[in-house]
Design a protein around this ligand. Structure first.
Ligand code: PLP
Length: 438
């Protein structure tokens, strides 16, 4: 096997950098993964609490998924995307049975950004409207339309947003932009947002697109009732509600879909990330009524690899795992243990200002001081570096002060404790004031 140095020297010469979090040519260089661990070229093992790029949340190289891929290799990898193939039909049928009514019609694409672009096109064509709004800490992907509706960042050097993109005030209660407190606020951020949307709309607004829990924006959980009130506000304006459940759906939060918490059924739902068990596939699902109207227009959203049997069979296999192994229940159990350990950490260290998230997607926000809430970005980076050295991978958000943990559903109690011990040691070493007194 080639050495790490040899591979990184080659990367320095031939690889084009464009990653979200890392722009230096340094290790680790990964070569294999199984369940909740990955291994680098030096044979060092890591607990992967980022689930790859959150796409291996069912566990790396799950055997149900790898078997399905191998079967596709014997049968059909790629197909003419204007004709149907069996795997694509089976996947649409399986997803239709899983989604709440009236959502039943699905189309499959490659990336999460593709699916959100398609969802926006569907909303525009269905409503005959144009403007689309999204909360100001959202992430929907880095293609042009998706990036323009991604307000958590990644705009530098991209010039003006696509026309019709509007930001709303996000329900970031720990740092409420309106200096309010829930529940006394009565979710004022939504009223303010819609006043602005109404004032800025030039003809008819088409949709709001939102995550049910803002992952890239800092693992921010909206307060109870927010999604329901959002849906009502959309309905009052004949706007569609698109829920981007790409990161949060399919069991990760402890429910099959992230939008279930407020008992809301969106008009359009997008899925991606661990849908495919590590293979790239995304979906857009809507009602038969919306699909009927859209399909009668010249709506065409397709790419060369759309509906490929290999990707669709990986999608079917991922649903087999999610339903067969009851991933929502696993997420609740693993998530409860993770929360217990993070809560204990918050009781010990002033540095931990807030603990948020659900199931297999949780995070802590680090602050210099709990009163001023100055983001502790330097400590976040120090903790991340030390954890990586000690074999724990996770990601940082909001400039580094939020540590985000996405352990795969395969994570055992022993692995969780090992990861939390590594984290506790790093938080202890980085703490400005040490243990909280009293
Ligand atoms: C909520 C959400 N939407 C969309 C995307 C974009 O997906 P992709 O990177 O597959 O385009 C992501 C990726 O992190 C995401 O978290």
């Amino acid at each position: 096997m080639r050495s790490e140095k040899d591979l990184l020297d080659s990367a320095k010469k031939y690889s084009f950098r464009g990653r979200v979090d890392k722009s230096v040519f340094s290790g680790p260089v990964f070569v294999r993964g199984e369940g909740s661990t990955v291994e680098d070229v030096n044979g060092k093992q890591y607990l992967d609490f980022n689930s790859g790029q959150m796409c291996s949340a069912l566990g790396h190289n799950h055997p149900t998924v790898t078997d399905a891929i191998k079967k596709s290799c014997d049968e059909l990898i790629h197909a003419h995307s204007s004709f149907f193939n069996d795997q694509e039909i089976i996947l649409a049928e399986r997803l239709g049975a899983l989604l709440p009514p009236p959502l039943e019609k699905s189309l499959f694409l490659g990336s999460g950004a593709d699916a959100n672009e398609a969802a926006v096109t569907i909303a525009r064509k269905y409503t005959d409207g144009f403007e689309v709004a999204s909360p100001h800490i959202s992430f929907h992907g880095l293609s042009d339309t998706a990036r323009s509706l991604t307000f958590a960042g990644w705009h530098s050097g991209h010039g003006p947003l696509s026309p019709g993109s509007m930001a709303m005030v996000a329900p970031y209660c720990y740092r409420c932009p309106l200096a309010q407190k829930f529940p006394d606020c009565e979710i004022a951020c939504l009223d303010t947002s819609f006043e602005l949307i109404d004032a800025q709309t030039t003809s008819k607004p088409a949709a709001v697109i939102t995550e049910p829990l803002f992952s890239a924006g800092g693992v921010v959980e909206p307060p109870p009732g927010w999604l329901k009130k959002l849906k009502q506000s959309c309905e009052e304006r004949d706007m569609l509600l698109i829920v981007d459940d790409e990161q949060t759906g399919l069991g990760k939060l402890g429910t099959m879909f992230g939008f279930e918490k407020d008992e809301v059924v969106p008009d359009v739902v997008t899925l991606a990330k661990h849908f495919g068990g590590g293979v790239s596939i995304s979906s857009v699902s809507t009602s038969a009524e919306v699909e009927e109207k859209i399909a009668s227009t010249e709506f065409v959203v397709t790419h060369s690899h759309t509906n490929d049997p290999l990707a669709c069979s990986a999608g079917v296999a991922s649903l087999d795992v999610i339903e067969g192994e009851d991933v929502p229940a696993k997420a609740r159990k693993i998530g409860a243990h993770l929360r217990e350990r993070l809560t204990w950490l918050g009781e010990q260290y002033e540095l931990v200002g807030d603990i948020r998230g659900r199931g297999l997607l949780q995070g802590i926000e680090l602050v210099e001081d709990r009163r001023t809430k100055t983001p502790a970005t330097r400590q976040g980076s120090e903790i991340n570096r030390r954890c990586l050295e000690n074999g724990l991978i996770f990601s940082q958000r909001r400039g580094g002060s939020v540590l985000r943990f996405v352990p795969p559903a395969t994570t055992t109690e022993g692995q969780m404790d090992q990861a939390m011990d590594i984290l506790t040691d790093a938080v202890d070493k980085a703490s400005v004031r040490g243990a909280v007194s009293g």
